[in-house]
Design a protein. Structure first.
Length: 363
């Protein structure tokens, strides 16, 4: 779990950005696994018309962005004056050891080792390479080349990116950049009117907010607690092609960054008065309000909630069913258990519907 804790000056300790280089990289990631990015099928289909030689190079070097996306692609991502070429120049200027560590992360099991482990510890490097030579000789050879000299591998990947940009993505960036800035402006307006934490709730379902503790949490394979301050801020980078992911950079020496899906990729469902009434009826019971409170902290099973509420599992299940029917909770299976989560987008819709009622002019 990654936890970001905010101080009382939270609104001053955050920034927003867009990044042409990072956006191109995320669109390349989409091409490595189109089936996982259903909302970006139009781009996948458009890229089928790219020259065959470029498509082949995109596939050959796709390992650089297929899973772990190196943090060096975020170079100058917070600089609104930096264009695609400026950002590439910044990447090329990074120390080779840093490049090697990040490129190595694309080829190894990061739950066991980090790229820095392999760069800094020869014994770990030899162990990982020896294991890969038995299981995946091609990957082992590529990793060995990166750790020996990452610059040729980097240059090959950046050359592909440059051709991809000039052939296709520069035009796409012109199309989506205004919408990304519009999404940032909306976020800023929400902060100005409602504060930081209501805005953070709207960014992505994966982001969990606890206003009481002033924390933001994301489920990730490693634990990392970070206090956000003016000297150690966090930047939220708006992205179209990052969907369905939320990318987090939080390890030294990189600045803290959360890249989130900024655009309403699917049409928003209007909330009718009947929808609002259904939600209010579901909330109009003390046990269900308690369930909402508990789910605001984390996803829970029926059995967990029954214990917390002091109710039987069957009674708790009926309350959960009503909340789910109203769209206020969602479910997912995790092994034997079904976990319930709060649908914050639905809650925001209900809140906005109520606000619209009170803002309506009287007859």
């Amino acid at each position: 779990m990654i936890t970001l804790a905010f101080t009382e000056t939270a609104e001053e300790d955050i920034a927003f950005s867009v990044s042409p280089l990072l956006e191109a990289v995320h669109s390349w990631h989409v091409l490595t696994d189109p089936g996982h990015h259903a909302l970006h099928v139009p781009w996948v289909r458009r890229c089928r018309r790219l020259p065959a030689a470029l498509r082949r190079r995109i596939r050959e070097h796709g390992f650089v962005v297929a899973d772990y996306i190196p943090a060096f692609f975020e170079s100058r991502a917070g600089d609104h004056d930096a264009d695609f070429a400026d950002q590439l120049t910044a990447v090329r200027a990074l120390p080779p050891a840093l490049l090697a560590a990040e490129l190595a992360q694309t080829l190894i099991d990061t739950t066991r080792h980090s790229g820095h482990d392999l760069v800094e510890d020869p014994a770990t490097r030899d162990e990982v390479l020896a294991e890969l030579r038995h299981t995946d000789p091609g990957r082992a050879a590529r990793l060995d080349a990166i750790l020996t000299d990452p610059v040729p591998v980097l240059n090959d990947a950046l050359a592909v990116l440059e051709d991809y940009w000039s052939t296709a993505f520069a035009e796409e960036w012109e199309r989506i950049e205004p919408s990304l800035y519009e999404s940032i402006a909306r976020a800023g307006a929400r902060i100005a009117h409602q504060g930081l934490f209501p805005m953070l709730r709207t960014l992505a379902p994966q982001i969990r907010i606890d206003p009481g503790r002033r924390t933001l949490r994301l489920d990730r394979p490693h634990d990392h607690d970070i206090t956000i301050t003016r000297e150690h801020p966090v930047t939220f980078t708006a992205s179209h092609y990052v969907w369905p992911h939320v990318r987090v950079t939080c390890d030294s020496p990189w600045p803290v960054r959360i890249t989130y899906p900024a655009l309403p990729l699917a049409p928003a469902r209007p909330t009718s008065q009947e929808d609002t009434l259904t939600a209010l009826r579901a909330l109009a019971a003390a046990p269900r309000l308690q369930i909402i409170t508990h789910l605001a902290a984390q996803s829970r099973s029926t059995q967990e909630l029954a214990t917390l509420l002091g109710l039987s599992a069957s009674v708790t299940s009926r309350h959960l069913h009503q909340l789910t029917q109203a769209g206020l909770t969602t479910t997912r299976r995790e092994g034997y258990y079904v976990l319930y989560s709060l649908d914050r987008t639905r809650l925001d819709e209900v809140s906005e519907a109520l606000a619209a009622l009170t803002a309506a002019p009287s007859a």
